[in-house]
Design a protein around this ligand. Structure first.
Ligand SMILES: Cc1cc2nc3c(=O)[nH]c(=O)nc-3n(C[C@H](O)[C@H](O)[C@H](O)COP(=O)(O)O)c2cc1C
Length: 197
């Protein structure tokens, strides 16, 4: 069983990225489960509030802490990812020394209406993931160019786009599992290397 925390960077009611996240959920291999992180309920990050951490931010951290991997699905706003997503990232990274995102195998995909897809958003987010020293899935990033015809009336992708997204989530889930196995093996070896008292 592989648990993925899904973080959608748009809180718009008819968000293409939310619809994309639903398609990812539907096409994922058996044994992969998804927990959506609620970023809409978070207050604006204020360092003063860390002393009485908001319940919504604690809930976000609990989902990420429990996950084997994190998948960001975000649109592009002004050549970067969205402000609401940055707010969620800031909450999840606190308090100091307890960064929930740190070290989690992470994927980044997204959809945008411009010809570049969400490429610049993905590049900006990749910089933060790397700063957190989290392994980042680089095999095949998906930056979808979308419009009102991309998803069917039932919200489903079809054809090549569906194949692309299916390949992405299948590869990502396998990679997350491999990353967790590798990390566990390294931890086991480090424990064995400890001198016996
Ligand atoms: C404030 C704002 C800034 C935007 N800037 C960009 C941009 O820089 N590049 C781009 O490709 N699309 C940009 N867009 C268009 C969004 O990609 C498009 O609205 C997309 O559908 C938003 O994702 P969603 O449908 O998941 O909410 C912008 C939209 C908004 C509202």
């Amino acid at each position: 069983m592989t648990k993925i925390a899904l973080v959608v960077g748009s809180i718009r009611a008819d968000s293409y990225n939310h619809t994309l996240a639903k398609n990812i959920e539907q096409t994922a291999p058996e044994g992969v489960t998804f927990q959506y992180v609620d970023i809409a309920s978070l207050p604006l990050f204020n360092q003063d509030d860390e002393v009485s951490f908001p319940a919504t931010a604690s809930a976000l951290k609990a989902i990420v802490d429990d996950a084997d991997g994190v998948l960001f699905v975000t649109p592009e706003y002004n050549h970067s990812f969205t402000g609401v997503l940055k707010n969620a990232i800031d909450w999840g990274s606190r308090p100091w020394g307890n960064n929930s995102w740190g070290g989690k195998p992470t994927g980044i995909i997204g959809a945008s209406i411009s010809p570049n897809g969400a490429k610049f958003a993905q590049d900006a987010l990749a910089g933060i993931v790397d700063y957190f020293v989290s392994p980042r899935y680089q095999a095949e990033n998906v930056s979808l160019v979308v419009d009102e015809t991309t998803f069917g009336e039932d919200g489903r992708l079809s054809g090549e786009t569906l194949d692309q997204v299916t390949a992405y989530i299948t590869g990502f889930a396998a990679w997350v599992e491999a990353e967790n196995t590798r990390t566990q093996r390294e931890a086991d070896l480090a424990a064995q290397a400890q001198p016996v008292a």
